[in-house]
Design a protein around this ligand. Structure first.
Ligand SMILES: Cc1cc2nc3c(=O)[nH]c(=O)nc-3n(C[C@H](O)[C@H](O)[C@H](O)COP(=O)(O)O)c2cc1C
Length: 327
């Protein structure tokens, strides 16, 4: 498996990403994937939150499987939970290529994909008739061309489409690659989004947890406002954090976009710590720069109940799951 990962590095990052996921799919189809993997039972460390049974507390972060095309494979690898998306109401191409850049010497990636995805209907068609052992979340966003309150409609639309087929939903307001999306950190906008979502929840009498994924680049003041309205808006948890556009954290950064991986570790941890210290009742999912068991434990120590990975997984391959979860 390690040799594969090295070969993929000869390809441009986005091609490598698709090839890697496709290889997993083919290996799974010909029933060989299991041969490469430790028994998933070895990863068992069950935890229950919001009446959901997480077989372990390591999940795959949003963006890796935007369309729900690889859920079976990701589940087999042993993740306790899988966050699909970001999906938008309509399919969209995203930004012009190239739009993903590796900085291997710093274990980092810069991406400016811009919510490329096949649309929410496609994702629903992938998951609607299946049952998974892993907890499945769907991360929802707004189409690039939607403006002002149309964005609020986009979140409501996606929520209505997905809630029946997943275990939790994440409202993503923190991608740096959709113009002005991060303005939705403003409490007035959040109020509008969650009012709509809560209306749908009460009309349909559903009780599914809703998480909010936030940016690591917001001011103290904004974060404080969010933690203050967290309960009133009936948000069930914060995902901390999305990528950062603060170029200083990545030496020699020459690309525009969101920085992920090792350089994000400290920054996302600082935010996690700050939120946890300000309100211990806020349910936290830590993400950003996890490569080792120690990194993972660090996030838990800082107040996270669950941890997600993305860049570590694509740079190190599936062995990272075992390295993090096995004692
Ligand atoms: C190529 C790429 C695409 C991403 N796409 C999304 C996305 O669609 N939605 C989202 O909420 N986060 C997305 N993210 C952010 C990750 O989910 C995660 O929050 C971030 O990368 C920090 O974790 P990491 O350091 O383990 O990668 C993406 C990250 C990368 C590197």
């Amino acid at each position: 498996m390690k040799a594969f990962i090295k070969i993929f590095r000869f390809f441009p990052p986005e091609t490598a990403h698709h090839l890697a996921l496709l290889s997993l799919k083919i290996l799974n189809k010909v029933k060989l994937l299991k041969l490469f993997l430790p028994t998933i039972k070895d990863f068992d460390n069950p935890k229950e939150y919001f009446n959901l049974k997480f077989r372990n507390t390591l999940g795959v972060a949003a963006g890796l499987d935007k369309n729900g095309d690889y859920v079976d494979e990701l589940e087999l690898l042993g993740f306790g939970f899988i966050e699909l998306g970001t999906v938008t109401p309509k399919p969209q191409e995203g930004n012009q290529k190239p739009r993903v850049f590796r900085y291997l010497n710093q274990q980092a990636v810069v991406n400016r994909l811009g919510f490329n995805n096949k649309g929410v209907e496609h994702l629903v068609s992938k998951i609607k008739n299946k049952k998974y052992d892993a907890v499945i979340g769907v991360n929802i966003g707004a189409n690039k061309e939607s403006t002002n309150d149309q964005r609020i409609d986009d979140y409501a639309y996606c929520f209505e489409k997905v809630y029946k087929y997943c275990d939790y939903v994440t409202v993503n307001i923190s991608s740096p690659n959709t113009p002005k999306l991060r303005k939705l950190h403003n409490p007035d906008e959040l109020e509008k989004i969650f009012k709509r979502i809560n209306e749908i929840k009460s009309t349909n009498q559903i009780d599914i947890p809703i998480f909010l994924k936030i940016s690591p680049d917001e001011s103290e003041e904004t974060i404080l406002k969010i933690t203050n309205i967290y309960e009133t808006l009936e948000i069930n948890g914060l995902i901390v954090s999305n990528t950062s556009i603060e170029k200083d954290i990545l030496e020699g950064c020459s690309h525009e976009g969101g920085i992920s991986g090792r350089p994000l570790f400290k920054k996302s941890n600082q935010l996690l710590k700050r939120i946890h210290e300000s309100d211990k009742d806020i349910f936290l999912i830590g993400v950003g720069g996890v490569f080792t068991k120690e990194d993972y434990r660090n996030k838990l120590k800082l107040g996270a109940s669950l941890v997600q990975i993305y860049t570590g997984f694509i740079l190190e391959g599936p062995a990272i799951i075992k390295n993090i979860l096995l004692k």
